[in-house]
Design a protein around this ligand. Sequence first.
Ligand code: GDP
Ligand code: IMO
Ligand code: MG
Length: 422
Amino acid sequence: MNVTILVGSQWGDEGKGKIVDILSDRYDIVARYQGGANAGHTVIIGDKKFILHLIPSGILRENIICVIGNGVVIDPKALLDEIKILEDSGINIKGRLLISQNAHLIMPYHKILDSISESGSSKIGTTGRGIGPCYIDKFARKGIKIVDLLDKNILEEKIKCNLEEKNNILSKIYNHDELNVQEIIDEYLEFDKSIDQYIIDVPSYLNQAISDEKSILLEGAQGTMLDIDHGTYPFVTSSHPTSGGACTGTGIPPTKITSIIGIVKAYTTRVGLGPFPTELLGNEGEKLREEGAEYGATTGRPRRCGWFDAYLLNYSRQINGIERAAITKLDVLSYLDEIKICVGYEINGKKIKTFPSDLNQMFKAKPIYEAVPGWKEDISQAKYFDDLPNAAQDYLSFISQKSGFEISMISVGPRRDQTIEL
Ligand code: GDP
Ligand code: IMO
Ligand code: MG
């Protein structure tokens, strides 16, 4: 039995797409368990670049079945656009994509409410994909699910009921135009024609697959520090990117999980607002952004960049149960004379003993750094660990030891062949 969770260990964009693509070769099924089209997972194959938002990154290998679990929130338009892009590139989707009947639908009002909320004083720097408002409706037990697409009457009834409330909120609180009920019903009935064929009962399917000794890779979106409970709340997303979310988001019981791999960028980035203790501001941050091409795969926004934070990684390892890590983007650090690693935080001049659990502490946290020499040579062609310069090997040993995980894979470039396995 092999059911592996692949989790983003920092603030997202760790290079999950690339590693899922590499690993999916060894699995029968790849499943997404949370998030939505806020994700942007990049896979580069030859001279082609694919950015997956909703469809698991395993779709680029033809024998893999891809599953979208109940924990995901689905914007049908984004999904159909993505299917079209893949099909236009010659990738066969039919019979390979399965969608949970219990996944919730992103509705037009979710995107409007997301953007209204972002224009107010409680701005988070969201991706504007309607993610938060959709999960709000899910937890308020008002959401519309994929299964509702299958029954015209139920769909109409639910859209009417939701719009009664949403139109009140839009017009009376936000002075926004009301939405037309019939237009939305027609639009979603139209989506149903294309989406119907993919809908299944995901927990039954995946548990049967496990009984049949099929192997499953569970692809997390976002990252640990964006988790609604364990991240830097409120500067988080509205789901559980952490490994625990993989079970609730697919219906696979925890007893069936066999391993947990953390995807760990060799430095740190974050998009949007919120605390970031090791952030590099000014020229140093800009240089790292340029070297790492750190611009959002979904929104194109410049990512904030900073040093590797082993203290944060220790927390992430603990919350997720990470045993092995895939280190990505090591090549990006090749320009540095010296590399800093955060090994702890100080608050008001005092070293703290446990990772800050509240936002104010996190904002006050000052990193305690250790420094190691850089290697100053191109490592993007390295095929084996021994090909790496000593200083790069030492950096890896240092971060692995300080973060408490073993390294099983090292990525030295965006392409498939720029990967070292240990
Ligand atoms: P994800 O959301 O975790 O899948 O990550 P993104 O796709 O948003 O961002 C990672 C970016 O880094 C993408 O542009 C990848 O093509 C690129 N990338 C992945 N691994 C490496 C690597 O080892 N080195 C370099 N230079 N780029 C990488
Ligand atoms: P992948 O899967 C990085 C961030 C947003 C914002 C916060 C809330 O590509 O790693 P949301 O739209 O989810 O309500 O925004 O979360 N965010 C991400 N940051 N990578 C992502 O996904 C992200 N998805 C959301 O920038 O700070
Ligand atoms: Mg991304």
